[in-house]
Design a binder for this molecule. Structure first.
Ligand code: TPP
Length: 587
């Protein structure tokens, strides 16, 4: 394999002797990087000296974890590689949660860390940590740069690995003396990685068999995930769904892959998925699994998952195939390319097949419609308090399926996923695999830098928000017009829900008191904030928030004891949903 993005027109750096720090920036320019999220420290000072008069924008976040989350927000909202940067020791260890997060959700980021001077490595020097060792299990690949002459090759490899195949985080650890060393910049013209093979095309025979299975099925069902978004395969997914006229779900990571307003879109499956989505997964005879990993939050009890289904599984990562659920027909390849080919064969086979199972398929569609009508995802409203579902429906109305919504983790995340519709990919940003609180605000920051034209909401719980309060300074600094919506239920809501339902309502360390006054807090940073608690005021206050040209912090007091339903209790089968509050006997 010989391919890379490394050989773009560079700067004037090729002939002169330049420092390692300048070499790094030259490589970043060639990778089209225009924005980095970071935090300086002793060993990265040579790099910051190079930043001083460089055109690449460096955004100073207030904690390194948020540099990684912001880089992820940048990457998730664009598909481009996000870049973050931290110093050695505590700076690098603070990045770890973000690296694990990017690894779990297959997000392409490159993390640059400073390391102590080469000759001190291993001596327990000040701010020394074994960043290479620590990051080994939470990166797709990592490097420790030993010589400045290796730097261009390593940086371009890092970008190539982060963005190719199954995307993921790559870390490059650079000792201080390497930043300082002088060398002639030598452009890199190709990347050769003999041990790294990416199979993109899919097996032609398997593709043909898959298309035939799709026509043969009586109750086909599409299960599309984050891999469809990573592969930019939304158009091909839509074509497949329309060709077969098949019902489809998008996972939490895949929301927006098929527009939420598409008539074939059922909704989200899984632990808090809709009745129709979970019943569809349980009743299908052919599960068309595209860029998904059969996550336990989707499958519930694996042994009971999709019991009648044959499975076609398309994924770029061979390690995913058969990991949780055996595939009857595996296809390793880029979902976009594979779907293009499948759609072609489906068209070829259509005349001989389209009518064959038409009655069975009509009955299947009727069943799906009945399930949808039986238990719709209906928003709960009240005249005395703001219900969380009401809040999400209002945000949905203002978004019109077009806004970027970065969510934190907890109940609000699930309600947002259920009620806010996404009509495009890369609008819904959330920490799906790791479920990391503190993700919402910094990822919204990354997204707003990447897509300044977009309306960006950060929807956070009162718990998670307090993990990212320092980033209000970053928002203020750059006057980022992010709409920060705190769904404030006075609790670590998801913890309270589980303690109520599964621990006999013995609420322990779940209550959150002392939430700051939003108006004063935002005011202290120089932007607008307020609290709303009356349901009749919600719509007009949200309009005001959206029309404010600058940032806005809106604290929405919602009913404290609302639970997210449907819910599949941990270990349950996904068709064994609890659909709503269990009524006390005699009620
Ligand atoms: C960093 C981190 N710590 C702990 C958890 C466990 N956890 C999951 S949801 C949740 C409660 C979140 O509360 P809040 O932010 O108020 O959101 P809500 O559930 O009320 O919407 C907790 C503590 C987590 N996901 N991430």
């Amino acid at each position: 394999m010989s391919t890379s993005t490394a050989h773009r027109a560079g700067g004037a750096a090729e002939s002169k002797l330049i420092s390692g720090a300048q070499t790094l920036l030259e490589c970043l320019v060639r990778e089209n990087v225009d924005c980095i999220f970071g935090y300086p420290g002793g060993v990265t000072l040579p790099l910051y000296d190079a930043f001083y008069d460089h055109h690449i924008k460096h955004v100073l976040v207030r904690h390194e974890q948020n540099a990684a989350f912001a880089a992820e927000g940048f990457a998730r909202s664009t598909g481009r590689v996000g870049v973050c940067c931290a110093t050695s020791g505590p700076g690098a260890t603070n990045l770890v949660t973000g690296l694990v997060d990017a690894m779990m959700d297959s997000i392409p980021i490159v993390a640059i860390t400073g390391q102590v001077t080469s000759k001190l490595i291993g001596s327990d020097a000040f701010q020394e940590a074994d960043t290479f060792g620590i990051s080994r299990s939470c990166t797709k690949h990592n490097y420790l740069v030993k010589n400045v002459t290796e730097l261009p090759q390593i940086i371009h490899e890092a970008f190539y690995i982060a963005s190719s195949g199954r995307p993921g985080p790559v870390l490059v650890d650079i000792p201080k003396d390497v930043f300082q060393a002088q060398s002639h910049y030598t452009p890199v013209s190709a990347i050769h990685l003999p041990g790294y093979k990416v199979f993109t095309e899919g097996h032609a025979g398997q593709i043909r068999r898959a298309a035939q299975m799709m026509w043969d099925a009586e109750r086909p069902f599409v299960y599309a995930g984050g891999g469809v978004i990573a592969a930019n395969a939304s158009a091909e997914l839509r074509e497949l769904v329309e060709l077969l006229d098949v019902p489809a779900v998008n996972t939490l990571m895949g929301l927006g892959a098929l527009p939420a307003t598409h008539p074939n879109f059922v909704s989200m499956p899984g632990m808090h998925g809709s009745f129709a989505a979970n019943m569809g997964m349980s009743g299908t005879d052919l599960l068309i699994a595209l860029g998904v990993r059969f996550d336990d939050r989707v499958t519930g009890r694996l042994a009971a998952f999709a019991p009648h289904a044959k499975v076609i599984h398309v994924d770029i990562d061979p390690a995913e195939i058969g990991k949780n659920r055996a595939a009857d027909l595996p296809i390793v390849g880029d979902v976009k390319k594979v779907l293009e080919k499948i759609n072609k064969v489906l068209n070829e086979l259509a005349p001989a097949n389209r009518e064959r199972n038409a009655p069975a398929r009509r009955a299947w569609w009727q069943q799906i419609r009945d399930w949808k009508a039986e238990h719709p995802l209906a928003p709960t409203t009240s005249s005395t308090e703001i219900k969380p579902q009401h809040l999400m429906r209002e945000i949905d109305r203002l978004s019109g399926g077009q806004a970027i919504v970065a969510s934190d983790v907890g109940q609000h995340q699930m309600w947002a996923a259920q009620f806010i519709r996404f009509n495009e990919p890369r609008l819904w940003l959330n920490s799906g695999g790791l479920g990391s609180m503190g993700f919402g605000l910094p990822s919204a920051i990354g997204a707003q830098f990447a897509r300044p034209d977009k309306l960006v909401f950060a929807i956070v719980g009162d718990g998670g928000f307090q993990m990212s309060i320092p980033e209000l300074a970053t928002v203020a600094n750059h006057a980022l017009p992010i709409k920060i919506i705190v769904m404030n239920n006075g609790y670590l809501g998801m913890i309270r829900q589980w303690q109520e339902l599964f621990y006999n309502n013995r609420l322990c360390q779940a209550e959150l008191t002392s939430f700051p006054d939003a108006e004063k807090l935002a005011g202290a940073y120089g932007f607008k904030g307020r609290t709303v608690e009356k349901p009749e005021e919600l719509a007009s206050v949200l309009e005001e928030v959206v029309h404010e040209p600058g940032p806005y912090l809106l604290n929405v007091r919602v009913s404290p004891f609302e639970n997210v339903y449907p819910m599949v209790p941990a270990g349950g089968a996904i068709n064994e949903m609890v659909l709503g509050p269990v009524q006390p006997v005699g009620a």
